[in-house]
Write a protein that binds this ligand. Structure first.
Ligand code: SF4
Ligand code: SF4
Length: 391
């Protein structure tokens, strides 16, 4: 593969938030202090070097980008104030925009006014759409799916998911292709023999089970906030609770849908709070709200201290998650309130509109890291596995 040099790469990266990485003189302090860098993932210094020489393709397809969890320790050790921690976050934003071929991610990241208008416009569109198709408000019970017909929500969700899946699969497929080319991972190395299958499955388990779900390296290696921060405020726990909460809600929604299909319980049937699927949704929602709230508090504090260069698009993802979680709990309270509160219907409408927007923006915001990180970790796991087997 011939490397193309882009002389404007640093200028372009600065639109996504990078500090003055030209100041970096490759001393290597940042890589030495990074708890997650190793001989197979030499970051952030190596990636800063790629940016300095304009190797865009090598930068965006570096699996090291997604091995970093953004703790910021490297920044504290940089003698040049090049802010390597922020550079890593910026390069991830840049990679998301690079692999989004619609150009929406780039607009959201680099044109805050237009990006905000798109976000507000999308929310307004969904709200108006559901308001236009709304039905009757029953006063005997909070019949949410009579107000917004379940079939309309279901069909809108499916259409959105198909669109989002196309953009997501394209982005993930291109990233996987680029990493595989650079690391010379062939189809036969992945699936050509029983041993290859074994390696592939172990790498998939490492990426999805051990690292994504179990947060192993984040939990065990990123100790910079100990003992300063109590357990309940540590970054890995906040991140893990957000992820587990989100997955729990996804599972509860899928189970609810499955029970409807199997004729066990029609969606929307009133159930007590301890009903297993409802309980799962409540606990998962609490975990999600806890994690997202702390993320927002920390970001807000860092912004006030001048240490945060988050883009509006990063906030958009957090705000949408938070509003979706909060409105979910308000609806839950309304379901058990007496007499039936009329406002419950409108909160439900807002909740559905925000949930649709969240799905729609998956490939274009920070949300996309849920796809790109596991793919990169998969290839990282493959390298590690090959080393273990060879050793
Ligand atoms: S932000 Fe943390 S994990 Fe990322 S490169 Fe810097 S020290 Fe390493
Ligand atoms: S510590 Fe700073 S100057 Fe040294 S390699 Fe890292 S970013 Fe460059």
């Amino acid at each position: 593969m011939t490397a193309t040099v882009d002389p404007h790469l640093i200028t372009d990266l600065q639109k996504f938030g990078a500090a003055d990485i030209n100041a970096c003189f490759s001393c290597g302090n940042c890589t030495a202090i990074c708890p997650l860098a190793d001989s197979d993932a030499m970051f952030p210094r190596k990636l800063i070097r790629l940016a300095q020489v304009g190797l865009t393709d090598d930068l965006v397809s570096s699996k090291e980008l997604w091995t970093c969890y953004g703790c910021g320790v490297c920044t504290t050790r940089c003698p040049q104030q090049a802010d390597p921690g922020e550079f890593m976050g910026t390069a991830r934003r840049y990679a998301i925009a690079h692999y989004d071929k619609s150009g929406i991610a780039r607009v959201l990241y680099t044109r805050p006014v237009i990006g905000s208008a798109i976000a507000i416009g999308a929310a307004a569109f969904f709200a108006l759409f559901f308001a236009a198709v709304r039905g009757e408000q029953s006063r005997d019970t909070l019949a949410l799916f009579d107000f917004i017909p379940y079939s309309v929500i279901h069909t809108t969700g499916i259409v959105l998911m198909v669109v989002v899946a196309l953009f997501s699969l394209l982005g993930v497929g291109l990233l996987a292709r680029d990493i595989a080319r650079r690391d010379q991972v062939t189809w036969s190395a992945l699936f050509g023999s029983r041993q290859a299958w074994g390696r592939t499955l172990r790498a998939a388990w490492y990426a999805l089970g051990i690292e994504s779900l179990g947060q192993k390296r984040y939990r065990e290696d990123c100790h910079d906030d100990e003992p300063v921060e109590p357990l309940y405020r540590r970054r890995w726990l906040i991140h893990a609770l957000t992820l587990w909460g989100f997955l729990g809600l996804l599972l509860a929604t899928t189970l609810d849908y499955g029970m409807d299909l199997l004729g066990i319980k029609a969606t929307g049937t009133p159930v007590p709070i301890w009903y297993p699927v409802r309980l799962l949704g409540t606990v998962a929602g609490l975990a999600l709200m806890y994690g997202v709230t702390w993320f927002m508090i920390r970001r807000w504090q860092e912004t006030r201290q001048g240490n945060d260069t988050s883009k509006p698009s990063d906030w958009l993802f957090l705000v949408l998650l938070w509003v979706a979680g909060l409105t979910g709990f308000v609806i839950e309270a309304a379901l058990y309130a007496e007499p039936v509160p009329g406002w419950g219907y409108w909160v439900f409408l807002l909740h559905v509109a925000i949930a649709m927007e969240l799905v729609l923006f998956l490939p274009f915001t920070k949300f996309a890291h849920v796809m790109y990180r596991p793919v990169s970790l998969f290839f990282y796991g493959l390298v590690k596995d090959a080393q273990r087997t060879a050793g």
